[in-house]
Ligand binder design. Structure first.
Ligand code: CP
Ligand code: NVA
Length: 301
């Protein structure tokens, strides 16, 4: 695998191979196996144009676990933050680093880093998608449910970067995908068309209807990073698009709840549902580490 720019670039087999390696790396870490041979001497540059807790820590700890070196590059300090073109940044970093992880706004910036550079590029979230998160989500779903066969994944909330990547994850792994979102907040139109052709996609404005018989109920914030000034408008548009007892009642009895975090209790999820499903949600957060290590091994070995 050369890059991880978006999940759709990966086949079902490639995704399964990452998940299998992530499971192995998780097992090894918990058994105290020395993993420093995997990426000995490799350096990962991590460019952050937006805040991060999980992505930064999972890549930083992951790289150290594997014997490599992580380099945190805040856009506040980089020349890229003062307008140096991404084409030049890509060519400079390619001569000093072994791979780049980037979190930014525009998907095109990630694609052009890969185009102009000569080293692997990993997408650590854009406005369009969040492939690293969904690999950890798929890993978690398989841990809880054993396989993906016949499962229904329901997303309640904004048709944002998370929804876009979850659609691809669901279609690739053969899960049904349903989403409840207000009018005007659907996922990417081109992706929706693709999902309808390639898999099972259902969209409604009723969270209960979307959650009917779901095995996995997923939600994310109403206002993503970069949309802070839309907070009020979105709070009004999304009122009721909340994973609450009624939604969980519609889902299967043994449904799990996932949230990429950070969560806003009382908005997209009630505090009660969040705490009742904290085991799954924090296993999911932990799995970022194992899944990201698997991605690093795939692009750097
Ligand atoms: N879920 C996720 O990507 O978290 P961070 O924004 O903290 O990295
Ligand atoms: N949709 C959220 C995801 C955060 C991990 C955002 O982009 O802010």
């Amino acid at each position: 695998m050369k890059h991880l720019l978006k999940l759709r670039d990966l086949s079902r087999e490639e995704i399964l191979s990452i998940l299998n390696l992530a499971d192995q790396l998780k097992y090894e870490r918990k058994s105290g196996v020395d993993q420093t041979g995997y990426l000995k001497g490799k350096t990962l540059g991590m460019i952050f144009q937006k805040s991060s807790t999980r992505t930064r820590v999972s890549f930083e700890v992951g790289m150290s676990d594997l014997g490599g070196r992580p380099l945190f590059l805040s856009s506040r300090d980089l020349q890229i933050g003062r307008g140096e073109p991404v084409q030049d940044t890509a060519r400079v970093l390619s001569r000093m680093l072994d791979a780049i992880m980037i979190r930014t706004f525009d998907q095109e910036e990630v694609e052009s880093l890969a185009r102009y550079g000569t080293i692997p590029v990993i997408n650590g979230l854009t406005d369009y998608c969040h492939p690293c998160q969904v690999l950890a989500d798929l890993m978690t779903i398989r841990e809880y449910k054993g396989s993906f066969k016949g499962l229904k994944l329901c997303f309640v909330g904004d048709g944002n970067n998370m929804a876009n990547s979850l659609i691809v994850g669901a279609v690739r792994m053969g899960m049904k995908f349903s989403i409840a979102c207000p009018k005007g907040y659907s996922p990417d139109a081109e992706l929706v068309e693709w999902a309808k052709k390639e898999g099972e996609y259902f969209e409604t404005e009723s969270p209960e209807e979307a959650a009917s018989d779901a095995d996995v109920v997923y939600t994310d914030v109403w206002a993503s990073m970069g949309q802070e000034e839309e907070r009020e408008k979105r709070a009004a548009a999304f009122r009721g698009f909340c994973v609450d007892d009624a939604v969980m009642h519609a889902a299967k009895k043994d449904a799990i709840v996932l949230h990429c975090l950070p969560a806003h209790r009382g908005e997209e999820i009630t505090a009660e549902v969040f705490e009742a499903h904290a085991n799954e949600i924090f296993d999911e957060a932990e799995n970022r580490l194992h899944a990201q290590k698997a991605v690093l091994c795939k692009v750097l070995r």
